[in-house]
Design a protein around this ligand. Structure first.
Ligand SMILES: [Zn+2]
Length: 319
């Protein structure tokens, strides 16, 4: 097992401890934020991130994996400030979070040139710092695995093979992106035990999920609170059934919580909560609501906790 990079330096895998695998300290479009900075309140964003991370720390969380990549406003200095303010280890990534669009910069460069950018973040440092990326992020969503999405996946795969760091791939079960994403990684020669398919928990299709899991991947049941994709009760039913079927060593629970996010105007965000599209979304929902429910169903004990929140993150990150 190799050291795992955090925004405050490398740590031994056994130092990761209780780990949340998919939460965002801040999520915003870097282009909009650069062009209209007055629309953003950096102090409020920092306060929200510190508050969310402190709340998780109070539940015993020692490490948070933050898969904010290009187009999500990745800012490792912001992340480091949150880590220093809270004492929680934050694990950063490289990669491109795009559902299809690529700027001409990357559209006109080939897969290997894109991969070199990821490798530089992993080996040399991110954004002029010595902070190094611990994993690679890519995404496929409603547009499916388009040519650009495939290019990013292949670049992620090649950077992973060169550096040994794992891959986290955002997926959209509603349009069944998972199998094609895995096919690309397999074609590139990536060991699928190094791949985490995020947002599997949006699906209640056990056949779809077990077909992915049986290829050896990690599956993120990681959007608790986003009722718009699947309500908590149904997420729990699926989680319980996957645990019963013995997939414990391949599962992650999480919230994909964003301490702040710029996707919606304040009134629209409030309406989503009022309409129940988002419910109790936070960095602590799984501790406060989900784990007690799973324990009540008899599918979750201390050993399961240690597997999902300590052993699985360590194994996925460190190999
Ligand atoms: Zn996310």
């Amino acid at each position: 097992m190799s050291a795992v990079q955090t925004v405050t330096g490398p740590v031994a895998p056994e130092q990761l401890g209780v780990t949340l695998i998919h939460e965002h300290l801040r999520f915003r479009d870097e282009a909009v934020a650069a062009q209209w900075p007055e629309r953003y309140d950096e102090r409020a964003e920092m306060a929200a991130a510190v508050q969310a991370v402190r709340a998780a720390k109070e539940r015993g969380v020692q490490t948070i994996v933050d898969p904010t990549a290009m187009f999500g406003g990745r800012d490792v200095r912001f992340m480091r400030a949150v880590a220093e303010a809270t004492g929680v280890q934050i694990v950063p990534c490289t990669g491109i979070y795009s559902y299809d669009h690529l700027p001409p910069y990357f559209a006109n460069r080939d897969i290997d040139e894109m991969a070199e950018h990821f490798v530089a973040d992993i080996e040399d440092g991110i954004q002029g710092t010595e902070i190094r990326a611990a994993f690679i992020k890519c995404a496929a969503d409603a547009a499916g695995v388009s040519a650009n999405v495939e290019k990013i996946h292949r670049a992620a795969a090649r950077a992973s093979l060169r550096t040994g760091v794992p891959i986290m791939a955002h997926s959209m079960p509603a349009v069944g992106t998972g199998p094609r994403q895995l096919e690309i990684f397999r074609e590139e020669g990536v060991e699928l035990s190094r791949v985490q398919i995020a947002h599997c928990g949006d699906s209640s299709d056990l056949g779809y999920l077990t077909a992915l899991l049986d290829q050896g991947i990690y599956a993120g049941l990681d959007r608790y609170g986003l009722e718009v994709f699947l309500p908590i009760e149904q997420r729990n039913e699926i989680a319980a059934e996957l645990l019963r079927r013995g997939y414990r060593s391949q599962l992650f629970l999480g919230q994909d919580f964003c301490a702040s996010i710029d996707w919606f105007a304040p009134a629209a965000a409030e309406a989503m909560v009022a309409q129940g599209a988002v419910r109790n979304w936070s960095m602590t929902l799984i501790f406060d609501e989900v784990l007690p429910a799973l324990r009540e169903q008899g599918v979750f004990d201390e050993e399961t906790f240690a597997e999902l929140f300590i052993a699985n993150p360590r194994r996925w990150l460190a190999g």
